[in-house]
Write a protein that binds this ligand. Structure first.
Ligand code: DOR
Length: 426
């Protein structure tokens, strides 16, 4: 029998209520909320919120293929430290997650690491090459529910339409990386004033918005579910808002970095700020925030994209895009955006659990009988990010040296204490 755990003094965050209560966990399940509870392990939750564990819809774990940047184990540890009890593993591995063996490997390595649930996504097209559809039914049998070619968008509209038609039949979700590649050739940053003054090739907002617009049309035509990954522009938020008002089955995420950082940061040509889609303008950031406020944006997802030092520390045009995100997500969101504890839980746990279809186990109410996947976090601790103290194998955080408000104290995965007082226990 596993050790019982009691968390004392935290404010329990549920969709319908928020109140201080002790929480007891026995054998992987919430066994008590409130009352006089005793357990083997006592955790201090005072000054913290206690919610269902966070669920990241967008994590690059790099294994198989780029283990020098991250492994499933190191990425899972970073996730647990960030309060995540489940992460969706992006498919741009090598080999790509377009086959049963790779999907099974990723899931199983997650189980071996035992720090959070690793939920493999599947590719939309074989090898993410945008030419041939993956046999989805085989991957659905393996439990895959979210399909994406993330890192690239599916350029061919007819192919995307067929993917959505099959998606509709199988009840799965297509998640699009919205980028019309012919509009972003060679681009290193947002195509705006800053980019022009630096004299580097730009990634225009329209390259994202064109694909959002096209795919909304395809969703309207097919009735299939679509999730928009890492939206970054004001125009995209407007398009999604209108599509949702029509009742289309669309969901959308933004990243913490797109809410907190502007294109101006690239003036120093530092590749740590290079990301795809790129950091945008202050007006875009305001639009993303209003998308959060009115529910147009369902989820905050990290796009945790580790890159080994020797690849990232190159000139801006040669460096790969991507930033670390798992360990800083809560602090960045809470620092950059005015959000309530219930909004945080909704954006980082309840909604992404539904989108990833893991809500039998994650993103559930804190109530007796529910699975014990739990994060205990505060919104008041100010801490300074140091790339040397993050547990990811890579160092490419754009938040190095910045003060963030809000931090994860404890994470409980499947009833097991995996992070205690901000330290990973395995
Ligand atoms: O910046 C990014 N990095 N955006 C993506 O879509 C892919 C990711 C990566 O895999 O490095």
């Amino acid at each position: 029998m596993s050790q019982s755990i009691v968390i004392r003094g935290a404010t329990v965050v549920n969709p319908d209520a928020i109140a201080v209560a002790d929480v007891l966990i026995i054998d992987g399940v919430i066994a008590g909320v409130g009352g006089s509870l005793q357990a083997d392990i006592e955790l201090d939750g005072t000054g913290c919120y206690l919610s269902s564990g966070f669920v990241d819809l967008h994590t690059h774990l790099r294994e198989p293929g780029k283990e020098e940047a991250e492994t499933i184990e190191s990425g899972s540890r970073a996730a647990a430290l960030g309060g995540y009890t489940a992460v969706v593993a992006m498919p741009n591995t090598d080999p790509a997650q377009d086959n049963v063996e790779t999907v099974r490997f990723v899931r199983e390595q997650g189980i071996v690491a035992g720090l959070c649930e690793v939920v493999p996504s599947g590719c939309i097209t074989i090898g993410r090459l945008g030419k041939q559809l993956v046999p989805y039914a085989r991957l659905v049998e393996e439990g895959v529910t979210l399909f994406t070619d993330d890192g690239t968008g599916v350029q061919d509209a007819q192919l995307m339409q067929r993917a959505l038609m099959l998606g509709k039949q199988l009840g799965i979700t297509m998640a699009q990386h919205c980028e019309v590649a012919s509009l972003t050739t060679g681009a290193v940053m947002h195509d705006g004033e800053c980019c022009s003054s630096m004299g580097v090739p730009g990634w225009p907002s329209i390259a994202e918005e064109q694909m959002v617009r096209r795919d909304i049309g395809l969703v309207r035509a097919t009735g299939a579910k679509m999730h928009f990954l890492h939206l970054s522009t004001a125009g995209s938020v407007d398009l999604v808002r209108a599509a949702k008002a029509e009742g289309l089955p669309i969901t959308a995420e933004v990243t913490p970095h797109h809410l907190a950082l502007q294109d101006e940061l690239l003036r120093g040509f530092d590749p740590v700020f290079k990301v795809n889609p790129p950091l945008r303008t202050a007006a875009d950031i305001e639009a993303l925030k209003s998308g959060i406020a009115d529910g147009t944006i369902d989820a905050v997802a990290t796009d945790h994209a580790p890159h080994a030092g020797h690849t990232k520390e190159q000139p801006l045009d040669a460096a790969p895009p991507g930033m670390l995100g798992l360990e800083t997500a809560l602090g960045v969101l809470n620092t950059a955006v005015s959000v309530s504890p219930q909004q945080i839980a909704s954006l980082m746990s309840w909604a992404p659990a539904r989108i990833a279809e893991v809500s039998q186990r994650h993103g559930r109410p804190i109530a007796v009988g529910e699975p014990a996947n739990i994060a205990v976090w505060d919104t008041s601790t100010v801490w300074t990010v140091s790339r040397d103290h993050l547990s990811s194998k890579s160092r490419n955080t754009p938040f190095h040296g910045m003060d963030l408000r809000g931090r994860v104290r404890h994470t409980i995965f499947n009833g097991e204490l995996v992070v205690r007082d901000g330290k990973a226990l395995k």
